[in-house]
Design a binder for this molecule. Sequence first.
Ligand code: UD1
Length: 417
Amino acid sequence: MDSIVIHGGLPLRGKVAVSGAKNAALPILAATLLASGRHLIHNVPAVQDVKTISKLLTTLGARVTELGGGDVEVDTTGVERFQAPYELVKTMRASVLVLGPLLGRLGKARVSLPGGCAIGARPIDQHLKGLQALGARVELKGGDVSVSGRKLKGTHVYLDMPTVTGTANIMMAAVLAEGETVIDNAACEPEVETLAAALNAMGAGIKGAGTDRIEITGVRTLHGSEFTVIPDRIEAGTLLVAGAISGGEVHVTRCVPENLKAVTAKLREAGLPVEEGDREMRVTGSRPLRAVDIKTAPHPGFATDMQAQLMALMSVSEGVSVITETVFENRFMHVAELKRMGADISVVGNTARVKGVARLSGAPVMATDLRASASLVLAGLVAEGETTVSRVYHLDRGYEGLEKKLAALGARIWRLK
Ligand code: UD1
């Protein structure tokens, strides 16, 4: 198992480009299942989760070809299988994203139930509620969920919470349903908006994505398409925090500042100058860092996927920061590891109280999930001495060569195989 070693204390300086968004690439790749033909997708990040979904598409009968430079071709002409095997679903919960497209294309889909994961129970009841409302039969058997229905009909779905992959699944099933579908309390994340744009490029009729009301007019068929994945806002945010925590100056390019408003606001509240340009941002890691309170929420609120990284930053700020996690239960596993590095953090329920300390010290720590691993790398950048982050397969699920990007900015960081 690989680990990452960091010798902290160097301010990062320079320019770094953001890769394509994992959470946009996954549903877009799944969406290709809906339309028989060839699809060309640009700016696909080379991360493990993309490899997993590509493997899943191949299992279902698609041909996935990496053309290099982030270009991926998917030929879905031969898709005839409808079952996502447990071996793949258990390594990536987002495998559930094939449910909607397979139902739309083949009239049936079977996916192993994802079960609990490190950051909580994460049920899919809202996905199933939406598919049922469209007329699908839902059965749970042998640890699998099966959905079937050849004639889906437009409907009205109100989501109990704005689930991101749930909105994506219902939207994907509805594009080939007969008539109009409305999803209320839909997720407003930019990744949902871009998925809708990708589906429209295949011939779908979706309006309102990016707001909490999405309207879909069903069409009879879809066709192959060409689409470019948006930049990864979580990677961009992580790189901004890297500049900030190291006390350097980092210029993040190929990002969408508009999608990072909550993070930018919190960095500025903490006293960090952040400049925004056209698809670029720059942070200066000035000191002292002020403690700020953070509460995660669905978009446009503060993203839960940036909570762990901001906690690393707050652990070296001046004062006390209260961080409240409202999206997932049990998303504080990084706390125990940050404490091993000298952070002063206590947790009660879904709230962490972070009392800033003057310095962190390097230590062997363990990554527990994707964003937790990023926070440990960030803490390692400012810690005195050597930090070794083990189990970095979590990091590799969603970051494209993070340690290489940080090394290019001047960090002393390398991977041990
Ligand atoms: C997506 C992102 C993930 C991010 C999360 C929240 C992808 C591939 N992953 O995950 O990186 O952290 O959004 O921004 O895009 N819930 C239910 N029932 C459901 C569905 C969700 O109770 O049917 C709950 C979940 O347990 C959680 C909350 O709703 O508490 C939000 O989850 P959701 O938006 O569905 O997260 P994902 O789509 O799995």
